[in-house]
Structures are given as C-alpha cells and as structure tokens.
Design a protein around this ligand. Structure first.
Ligand code: 9E2
Ligand code: ZN
Length: 257
C-alpha cells in the first residue's frame, strides 16, 4: 500500500518523483581542487557583485530552510562565468546536526563545513524567476561555506530572526537596512561549474559559484539555525541535516579563479 508520507522524503528517494535526480548535471558535488582548472578568463572579467542595502524584505521558514526574500531592485551580479546580468531573489542555507562538522552541500576534497549559504539569482534575459528557474542558464547561485569560529556581526541581524519564524510559513518582515554582500568572504576567489537546484525540483539550471574561503560564524549562530522547526517522522523537531550529499560529477569541468 503506497501511502502519501506527510514528511518530505529524503534525498535518496527524490529520483522516484524527480527522475532528473540521476541527471548529468546534478548538485552539489565534491570539489576536487587538484582537478579544478584555473581559467584566466574568470579573472580577466571579474565577478561583479553589486547589492543594495535595503533589498531584504522578509525571513520565512520554508519548511526546509530559512529564506530571506529579496526585492531584486539593484541587487545584481555579472561577469566571471556569467554571460549576462543576474538578480538576487532569495538566500537560504543548509546545515547539519548540533555541533557537527557536516552540513554543507558542496565539499572540498571531501571536507564538509557545518553549513553553506546560498544566494540565488536569476538571469535577466528571462521575464521572471519562474521562467528562468528551469532554463540551462536560468540561475546563478553563490555558495558560501560557514565555519565555526567567532561571531559574524553581519549574519547576526538575520540569525536573531530565526526564533521569530519557528514553524513552516512563519514570516517576519525585515525592517532594517541589510546588505547581503556582508556575508561574502573578503577574498572573492571561487570555483564554478554547471549544476542544478539541490532540492526538488532539482532543475539543471544553475551556474554554481562556490567561494573558496569560508566565513566564520559562532557556535551560537549555528545553533540559532535550530530555532527553525520542521516536520520529522516523529512529529515536529529542530530543522537540521537539510543538505543533499555530493552527486556524481559526470565528467563536468570545475573551473577556478
Ligand atoms: C521552482 C521555483 C520557482 Cl518556479 C520559483 N519562483 O520563485 O518562481 N521558486 N522556485 C523554487 C526555487 O527557487 N527552489 C530552489 C531550490 C534549491 C535551490 S539551491 N539549494 O540554492 O540549489 C535554490 C532554489
Ligand atoms: Zn540551497
């Protein structure tokens, strides 16, 4: 008897409803640094990140992560691996268990980080994110690894809001000015490759830009992620381990600055 399971099924079952889960350009991947190819073109046309500091509208509990919804006005990236301008639409994260070191989606030579932030942008050649989301050049996501260390002052205004959105669809407005660029590492070196959304519908529409340097956040800020709750097989629980493990590279090239 096939009963609809009330809680979302884990990554190893996604292929049943989303066959593309076994596709040719799935994400995340393990980045094998010795196989990444330095591409001078990436530095010749540097990645340009120009975010405004009043673009963040609200924080929502999506039931799978927190999501800061952004008004795309003036929050653009271009250059580097991108052939056109992309606009920021939202950012969210993936993380592991309390105090653990796993939680990131991308790994670097097999090394995991406790969390990974994703800044999601859509290609301005399309009329909106809904049209862009399933096109091969539709999205660009900047991934930033979080390491455990000193408090990240820039992340604090956001991590302080998680306690206000404990349940799915809870939402709180962001009344203060906030520039998401503060979440990027100082050194802007990155790896880039063609991949996919890391959660259903797993569309193969993402140009990934994974920053090489992690940013430090405190153990308390990582713990604040668990103020977010979600449905587990044994009822409501702390949201954690919302990361997809690395997927087959399928011969793809990873380029590096
Ligand atoms: C399917 C769709 C449409 Cl259409 C819209 N929309 O706003 O029109 N939004 N979404 C959802 C979406 O964006 N999912 C998404 C999933 C994973 C990631 S991740 N971890 O960064 O790979 C980024 C985004
Ligand atoms: Zn993500």
């Amino acid at each position: 008897l096939q009963v609809a399971s009330p809680v979302p099924q884990g990554p190893n079952k996604w292929h049943e409803q989303f066959p593309i889960a076994k596709g040719q350009r799935q994400s995340p991947i393990d980045i094998v640094t010795s196989n990444a190819k330095v591409d001078k073109a990436l530095s010749d046309n540097p990645l340009k990140v120009s975010y405004s500091n009043n673009c963040c509208q609200s924080v929502t509990n999506t039931g799978a992560s927190f999501q800061v919804v952004v008004d795309g006005a003036g929050t653009e990236i271009s250059g580097g691996p991108l052939d056109s301008t992309y606009k920021l639409v939202q950012f969210h994260a993936h993380w592991g268990p309390l105090g653990g070191d796993e939680g990131s989606e991308h790994t670097v030579d097999g090394v995991t980080y406790p969390a990974e932030l994703h800044l999601v942008h859509w290609n301005q050649k399309y009329k909106d994110v809904g049209e862009a989301v399933d096109k091969p050049d539709g999205l660009a996501v900047i991934g930033v690894f979080f390491s455990r260390g000193k408090e990240h002052a820039g992340f604090k205004p956001i991590s302080d809001l998680f306690a206000k959105v404990p349940r799915k669809a809870d939402k709180v407005d962001i009344s203060f000015n906030y520039d998401p660029a503060c979440l990027l590492p100082a050194r802007r070196d990155y790896w880039t490759y063609l991949g996919s959304l890391t959660t259903p519908p797993l569309f193969e529409s993402v140009t990934w830009i994974v920053m090489k340097d992690p940013v430090e956040v405190s153990a308390e800020q990582l713990a604040a992620l668990r103020n977010l709750l979600w449905e587990t097989p044994s009822g409501e629980g702390q949201m954690c381990n919302n990361y997809r493990p690395p997927q087959p590279l399928q011969g793809r090239l990873v380029r590096s600055t």
